[in-house]
Design a protein around this ligand. Structure first.
Ligand SMILES: NC(=O)c1ccc[n+]([C@@H]2O[C@H](COP(=O)([O-])OP(=O)(O)OC[C@H]3O[C@@H](n4cnc5c(N)ncnc54)[C@H](O)[C@@H]3O)[C@@H](O)[C@H]2O)c1
Length: 266
C-alpha cells in the first residue's frame, strides 16, 4: 500500500528524546518513516537518537542521524546542505526542538530569557531560513513548527520566555506561509497540550511535584476534557497530516493537540 509520504525527504529536529518512549520528535521520525519518508534526524546529542534509529529501522524506514545545534546559524546551513547531499533534497521540515524554563518577567534572568528565545524561536527561524531556498528551487515543500498551548494561554506555571517564544512561532509560521504560498510551500503549526512524554518523568515531576510523577499526571489529567493524556504519537499524527498531500489546501494555520484542554475556561 502506498505511504502518505512516499518518496519525501524529511528533516526532523530534536529527533531524540530526553528519555525512553514517545517524545514528539522521535514519534514524528517513526510515523513519517512508516508512511514512506526518508528521515534526516537532527539532534544535539547522539545518545538521545539511539532509540529513534532503532524504532525507525524496526518499521523498515531509512534514517540518517546528524548532530547539529539548531541555534547556530552556520551549523544549521551545513546541516541542511548535508541533508541535500545525502538524500538529494528536502521536502519536509519539522521543527521540534524546544523546551521550557521556569520564570516570570521579574524572576527570569536575562541570559535565561535569551537562551529560551534562541532555543525555542530562533532555531525555527534558522532552519526555515536555510531550508526555504531548497524548497523554492524544487517547486514546493511543507514545514511544520511546534508550538505549545503555553503559547496560547496560561497553563499553570510561570514560564514567560517559553510562552512568548511559542506564541511567536504561530505568527512566524503564518507570515512565512503567506510569503511562500506562491512558491508551493505550506507552513503550519502543531500546538501540543500537556502530553505524557518522557519529559514528565525526567524533568517536570521533579521541578513541579517533588518527583511525584503520579501527582503531576493527575493534576494535568484533571484539566483535560478527554480525561487522559496523549503522547508524542498524537503530535506526530497531526504533523503527518499537515505534511501530507491530504493537507494540500491547508496552510498558515494550527492544529491543537490537547484533548480539549484549551476550550475550558479554568
Ligand atoms: N512534551 C510535552 O508535553 C510538550 C507539550 C507542548 C509542546 N512541546 C514541545 O514539543 C517539542 C518537543 O518536546 P519533547 O518533550 O517531545 O522533546 P524532548 O525534550 O524529549 O526532546 C527534544 C530533543 O531536542 C534535542 N535538542 C535540544 N536542544 C537542541 C539543539 N539546540 N539542537 C538540536 N537538538 C536539540 C534534545 O537533545 C532532545 O533529544 C518542544 O518544542 C516542546 O516545547 C512538548
Amino acid at each position: 500500500m502506498a505511504g502518505r509520504l512516499d518518496g519525501k525527504i524529511a528533516i526532523v529536529t530534536g529527533a531524540g528524546c530526553v528519555g525512553p518512549g514517545w517524545g514528539n520528535g522521535r514519534a514524528t521520525c517513526v510515523r513519517f518513516a512508516e508512511e514512506g519518508a526518508k528521515i534526516f534526524a537532527v539532534d544535539l546529542r547522539a545518545e538521545t537518537m539511539e532509540e529513534t534509529l532503532d524504532r525507525v529501522r524496526a518499521v523498515g524506514g531509512e534514517i540518517e542521524p546528524y548532530l547539529c545545534d539548531v541555534t547556530d546559524r552556520a551549523a544549521v546551513e551545513v546541516m541542511v546542505s548535508a541533508c541535500v547531499e545525502r538524500f538529494g533534497g528536502v521536502d519536509l521540515l519539522v521543527n521540534n526542538v524546544g523546551g521550557s524554563a521556569k520564570g516570570g518577567p521579574t524572576t527570569l534572568d536575562e541570559e535565561s530569557w535569551d537562551r529560551q528565545l534562541d532555543f525555542n524561536l530562533k532555531s525555527v527561524y534558522l532552519t526555515c531560513r536555510s531550508v526555504l531556498p531548497h524548497m523554492e528551487a524544487a517547486g514546493g515543500g511543507a514545514i511544520v513548527n511546534t508550538s505549545s498551548t503555553s503559547g496560547t494561554r496560561y497553563t499553570g506555571a510561570a514560564q514567560v520566555a517559553y510562552a512568548s517564544a511559542k506564541a511567536a512561532i504561530i505568527q512566524f509560521s503564518k507570515v512565512t506561509a503567506v510569503e511562500f504560498a506562491p512558491k508551493g510551500i505550506r507552513v503550519n503549526t502543531v500546538v501540543p497540550g500537556q502530553l505524557h512524554t518522557p519529559m514528565v518523568e525526567t524533568r517536570l515531576a521533579g521541578q513541579r511535584m517533588g518527583g511525584d510523577v503520579d501527582a503531576l499526571l493527575q493534576s494535568r489529567i484533571k484539566r483535560i476534557p478527554l480525561g487522559w493524556m496523549g503522547d508524542g504519537r498524537d503530535t506526530a499524527n497531526a504533523a503527518l497530516f499537515l505534511c501530507s498531500d491530504e493537507a494540500r489546501f491547508v496552510t498558515a494555520t494550527e492544529i491543537v493537540v490537547d484533548g480539549g484542554m484549551s476550550a475550558r475556561c479554568d
